[in-house]
Ligand binder design. Structure first.
Ligand SMILES: [Zn+2]
Ligand SMILES: [Zn+2]
Length: 327
């Protein structure tokens, strides 16, 4: 299973500001002083060794994560990142010929999770089949509304591809070949669905816009099997701990350290910090990643867990546009 990130920002699309771009540029140029770069190979090598914050961009697109399975194209959410994913899929002959089929699972219908849909290129090729899955009964109305004349020039019934809506239920297992999809509900205004996809012996959980504050055995009890032993957890890390518990309580978002606690408790192998706060630039996000790695080290020491490297217990990854993980 290949997991690819096309939109990682929460709430609203957040393009990189010129000031941030300049700060990155400055950090790179300073490192060239005395670097003695003579050939293209020297430059390649130099770039490869730069800190990630200088070369990667968390990006401006809102939620969209793509799972490439052996037999299926699965997508979590159709935020603005789905436009870029669509161009990627359109390089495949099946989508060019109008024989492509893609399965999009919506966590919920807030704007940052659906607004990219009309700009999804496979939508504009006759014959392509686009399945939209949601646990919210109003999901079809929401998509039709953003494609109504006030918001978009072409109505859904006039797009060339076939769009098929499916209503799904939480706590129910959906199985097709070697792909299994389950979901649980989370805490978010108007509700949210947290998905788990299992295929080829690997599993991914997509838990965004989920205000998870209590992961005690009592609270997690019923859903313990859902979380337990998952290979990759994509986790809503939008807020800091003060915002989650005080300032923005009940706004529906979680924080990175709770994700780490959950992952350690439930023996999850990798966590991707996702749905970044728009006011956090890449330097601030990098700082969160650094602090979370320290937090994990502190937890390991406090609990006297024996591991050679904290990564062996839990690999913490910061989501950025273009991140690809092979499971
Ligand atoms: Zn969101
Ligand atoms: Zn939301």
């Amino acid at each position: 299973m290949k997991v690819q990130f096309f939109g990682v920002r929460g709430s609203i699309a957040t393009p990189t500001l010129t000031s941030e771009h300049r700060r990155k540029l400055e950090s790179v140029v300073k490192r060239t002083i005395g670097a003695n770069l003579q050939t293209d190979a020297d430059v390649e090598n130099f770039i490869a060794k730069l800190p990630h914050v200088s070369t990667r961009i968390a990006g401006g697109n809102t939620s969209c994560v793509y799972l490439r399975l052996k037999t299926k194209h699965i997508v979590f959410d159709s935020g603005t990142g789905i436009r870029v994913l669509g161009h990627h899929l359109m390089q495949l002959e099946e989508f060019q010929r109008g024989e492509g089929e893609v399965h999009i699972f919506l966590s919920h219908t807030h704007m940052d999770h659906i607004l990219g849909f009309p700009f999804f290129p496979p939508l504009w090729v006759k014959g392509n089949k686009i399945h939209l899955y949601s646990g919210h009964k109003w999901a079809e109305d929401a998509i039709r509304t953003i494609m109504s004349p006030w918001f978009f020039p072409v109505a859904l019934e006039h797009v060339p591809a076939q769009v098929i809506f499916h209503k799904i239920e939480a706590d129910k297992k959906y199985k097709d070949g070697d792909v299994t999809i389950t979901s649980v509900t989370g805490h978010h205004p108007a509700g949210v669905f947290v998905y788990k996809v299992t295929s080829g012996g690997k599993s991914v959980i997509y838990s965004t816009d989920n205000e998870l504050t209590d992961i005690s055995p009592d609270k997690i009890g019923k859903t313990r099997d859902f979380w337990r032993g998952t290979d990759l957890l994509i986790f809503d890390a939008q807020y800091n701990i003060w915002e989650v518990f005080v300032e923005k309580k009940d706004w529906g978002h979680s924080t990175a350290s709770i994700g780490i606690d959950l992952a350690v408790e439930q023996q999850i192998k990798k966590i991707v910090l996702f749905h970044h706060e728009p006011t956090n630039d890449d330097f601030a996000l990098n700082d969160i990643l650094f602090k979370m790695r320290k937090y994990l080290e502190t937890r390991i020491a406090a609990q006297k867990i024996e591991v050679a490297n904290p990564k062996d217990l839990l690999h913490i990854i910061l989501a950025y546009e273009g991140l690809v993980l092979d499971l």
